[in-house]
Write a protein that binds this ligand. Structure first.
Ligand SMILES: [Zn+2]
Length: 108
């Protein structure tokens, strides 16, 4: 879905916000879409899930921006890897074969 600044202003006002649009171009276009199930990378490279993400049509190089509150699900499955979304904690390294045991964190 594509929304213009003017439409976003109307939406914000509908939600009860007071918008100062003095320095805004009203015809800027923003693409809004559902976040992929894998989530979106934050500034630390951690994948985080949101319902929707948005980016500027004019400046796509600025990247996608998550909208609203992160979705943290207790039903989310962990990956059998230290690269799991929960950033598992290294718990034990087997001295014989070097195998690492990671403890996964529970979603809050
Ligand atoms: Zn995990």
């Amino acid at each position: 879905m594509k929304l213009t600044s003017a439409e976003i202003k109307d939406l914000a006002e509908m939600a009860g916000f007071t918008v100062d649009s003095q320095d805004c171009e009203m015809d800027q276009e923003f693409i809004i879409q559902e976040c992929s199930p894998g989530g979106i990378e934050d500034e630390n490279g951690v994948m985080r899930r949101y319902a929707h993400i948005a980016w500027s049509q004019e400046y796509p190089e600025e990247g996608a921006m998550p909208l609203g509150v992160e979705i943290v699900s207790t039903e989310r499955e962990h990956e059998a890897s230290e690269d799991c979304w929960c950033s598992p904690e290294l718990n034990y390294v087997d001295p014989d074969n070097g195998n690492k045991v990671f403890v996964h964190r529970q979603a809050q």
